[in-house]
Every structure is written in structure tokens, then in C-alpha cells.
Design a protein around this ligand. Structure first.
Ligand code: FES
Length: 154
């Protein structure tokens, strides 16, 4: 896997994590460029389907970033995220997908260095795990099985 370049999607809340990532960029903190950022209003907006869709469309890893607990601009959005992503990580393991492919982080607007560390750590983890093909296989199998199921009465 010498030429494997991980594809990582990061869903970052507008108010903290996105600003932290922006700070890392504007202050030229060195970090890898394998992460594609999607800005969301709050980490609580990141539904399970967002993460699964990212995996299905070819992401090898996903980062969900929000404000530190207690600092969410919508008060409890990141608490929802914490619970939701904890369950999703368990579910990934149940499906045979390494839970480490999903990282959750709290990063403030002043933590550009922290964002760079998260990117490096996640990229190193995904380098070690290699490409993810399982989700695509799983969803294709489910789709073909769903086509075979005929509605009752027909
Ligand atoms: Fe940042 Fe809710 S606004 S996590």
C-alpha cells in the first residue's frame, strides 16, 4: 500500500472546529492535505447518514469536529454528537468496519495546532488501516437483496 493516499472527510461545525482548521491554514501550521472539509452549522447537525454516505462514496475515514463540551452555540448540539457518534462507532464495529475510521474531536477557533494534530493522527491511523471497501460492498449487497424482495401480494 505504498501509494495509498487516504481520503478523509471532516464535518466541522462553523463556530469552532472549522475556524480552528481555518486558523491552521492561515497560520501555515504544517499538516497533511488528505482531508476534505464540509462545514456544518453545528456538529449536532451531523446525522449518522452523513457519515455512512461519506464512507459509501469512498471516504476511508471521517472526522466529526465540534465545539468543546459546554461551548456549543446551540447549547447541547455537541452532547447529541457525542452520544450519536459513540453509538455509530459501536455499530461500525458490529458491521466489521474498524471504529477508528470515525474520529470525533472538540476543537476551538484558537486551536489550529490541535486541528493539525487531529489531521496527522487520523491520516496515520487510516494509513495503517488501508483503504475501506467494505461499506460499498455492504450497500451494494443490501441493494441487490432489496431488489429480490418482492412486495407481498404481487
Ligand atoms: Fe459547534 Fe454546536 S455550534 S458543536
Amino acid at each position: 500500500m505504498a501509494d495509498f493516499k487516504p481520503r478523509i472527510v471532516a464535518f466541522l461545525c462553523n463556530w469552532c472546529s472549522y475556524a480552528g482548521a481555518d486558523l491552521a491554514g492561515t497560520t501555515r501550521v504544517k499538516h497533511r492535505a488528505d482531508v476534505r472539509i464540509v462545514r456544518v452549522p453545528c456538529s449536532g447537525r451531523v446525522d449518522v447518514s452523513f457519515v455512512m454516505k461519506a464512507f459509501e462514496r469512498g471516504a476511508d475515514g471521517v472526522i466529526v469536529g465540534g465545539c468543546h463540551p459546554g461551548n456549543c452555540h446551540y447549547v447541547t448540539g455537541n452532547y447529541t454528537t457525542r452520544r450519536r457518534m459513540f453509538v455509530l462507532r459501536e455499530l461500525l464495529g458490529f458491521m466489521g468496519i474498524e471504529p477508528e475510521r470515525l474520529q470525533v474531536t472538540w476543537c476551538s477557533a484558537s486551536e489550529g495546532d490541535k486541528w493539525a494534530e487531529v489531521v496527522e493522527d487520523t491520516c496515520n491511523t487510516i494509513d495503517r488501516l488501508g483503504p475501506l471497501t467494505k461499506v460499498k460492498d455492504l450497500t451494494e449487497n443490501l441493494r441487490s437483496e432489496a431488489k429480490e424482495i418482492k412486495p407481498s401480494g404481487s
